[in-house]
Design a protein around this ligand. Structure first.
Ligand code: ATP
Ligand code: MG
Length: 418
């Protein structure tokens, strides 16, 4: 038997109602905040991700699904949604349209990671990107959207952490101090972090390995190297969050695993999630559009993981997916009449099912119960003769006659009054 790929999951019919709830909630909030849906491809040329995410990040170093196309070009399954969205923004010259341009997307992402609870190789993200506004209120807007949609889903024990990464020049000024400090601490750092001392020292601050955390506890802080302009921007973001009533906590270690972020960076975590506790994250990326060949365009966005959101919704989440009417057609004449009524109900937009294997009223009723149908429409040979079918409430067992001629209007009325 051929099995699915490790870390690549099926989402079965029992689970899709909660996925739909998440997707629909996210979509509704995004629209409320003035974002429009964009759908970008699942694969792109490899250089797009390498250049935007950054060569010495986890994603580009070891997590990308990269393959050679038949013409020899290198392609990659998207590990995140920002790079493709920015490429589309540039390629379709959206900067020439009235700004700001605000997009949202949802779909599968691919990263070659060690699969575990909340960490898959094919996973799903919902994300937003807001192009063209440098104003700190644009940062507040995307953070508020993220917070509202997570709160609307009543996800438990959420914390919003936020940090200021400053401008590139601020980080350049800070980097030598950090590198000097990390070199002193080298023996206490994990292998990954040792390699990063020169290549990507800020990422060392974000390492989850306990010894690395202790070793970097008294490292010099980026906050102390920030320019006035960077402080002012961040100050306005925090004020804005206070204004709209979004609670946050400052985390000076939060640097995120993608190189394109500057100024505001944020992450929402939940203590109910276990080891992989990040629900979603984002930040400002004012230089990415230019890096990828577009015009200077300030931008800010976030992405949330749908698997992790689904894990946090109660198992018992009842979403009505059950059909409402079961059609029990049996007998030489009742069976075809039932089949025709079934089609009539569906065409009228009423959820209706049957079981073609059942040939008696008894087995039909058993199936109706098993499928959780609220009503059964009974059509045997007698009903065909009289032209009156029986409409049975499966809970109360109350039965009513409905004419086969005016079936749809009568059933609709009964469903409405139930
Ligand atoms: P983590 O610290 O958990 O590795 P990350 O910094 O790599 O997260 P981002 O690239 O910012 O994550 O992606 C945003 C969100 O997407 C994460 O907060 C998480 O909910 C989800 N996510 C990221 N990678 C995976 C994965 N491999 N499987 C499932 N969800 C993921
Ligand atoms: Mg990761």
């Amino acid at each position: 038997m051929i099995k699915g790929i490790k870390g690549v999951k099926d989402i079965l019919p029992e689970e899709t109602p909660r996925w739909r709830l998440i997707e629909e909630t996210a979509r509704r909030w995004a629209l409320a905040y003035g974002f429009h849906e964009i759908r970008v491809p699942i694969f792109e040329v490899t250089a797009l991700f390498a250049r935007s995410i950054g060569a010495s990040t986890d994603i580009v170093e070891k997590e990308m699904y990269t393959f050679q196309d038949r013409d020899g070009s290198s392609l990659t399954l998207r590990p995140e949604g920002t790079a493709g969205t920015v490429r589309a923004y540039i390629e379709h010259n959206r900067a020439a349209d009235p700004l700001p341009q605000k997009y949202f997307y949802t779909g599968p992402m691919f990263r070659h990671e060690r699969p575990q609870a909340g960490r898959l190789r094919q996973f799903h993200q919902f994300g937003v990107e807001s192009f063209g506004t440098a104003d700190p209120r644009a940062d507040v807007e995307v953070i508020a959207l993220l917070w509202r949609l997570l709160s609307d889903l009543k996800l438990p024990a959420l914390t919003l952490e936020i940090n200021n990464l400053g401008y590139a020049a601020d980080r350049d000024a800070y980097r030598p101090q950090l590198v000097a400090y990390l070199k002193q601490q080298e023996e206490h750092l994990c292998g990954n972090c040792r390699r990063r001392i020169e290549a990507n020292p800020l990422r060392v601050l974000d390492c989850k390995v306990p010894t690395c955390r202790v070793a970097t506890d008294s490292a010099p802080r980026l906050a102390d190297s920030l320019s006035d302009k960077a402080r002012a921007h961040f100050g306005s973001v925090l004020t804005g969050l206070d204004t709209v009533g979004i609670p946050y906590s400052l985390n000076h270690r939060l640097v995120r695993g993608l190189d394109y972020y500057g100024l505001t960076t944020f992450e929402v975590t939940s203590t109910s999630l276990g080891a992989q506790n990040a629900v979603g994250a984002g930040g400002r990326y004012d230089s990415l559009v230019e890096t990828l060949g577009g015009p200077m365009t300030p931008a800010v966005g976030f992405a949330v993981g749908l698997e992790r959101m689904a894990m946090m919704l109660p198992e018992t989440l009842s979403v009505s997916g059950a059909a409402t009417v079961y059609v029990a057609g049996f007998g030489d004449r009742g069976s075809p009449a039932g089949f025709s009524a079934l089609e009539e109900l569906r065409v009228a937009g009423i959820r209706a099912v049957t079981d073609f294997r059942s040939a008696s009223l008894k087995s039909h009723l058993r199936q109706a119960d098993r499928l959780g149908c609220k009503f059964t429409l009974i059509i045997g040979d007698d009903e065909v003769t009289t032209g009156l079918a029986t409409f049975r409430n499966m809970d109360t067992k109350v039965q009513q006659e409905v004419s086969l001629v005016t079936l749809i209007s009568q059933v609709s009325a009964l469903l409405q009054s139930s």
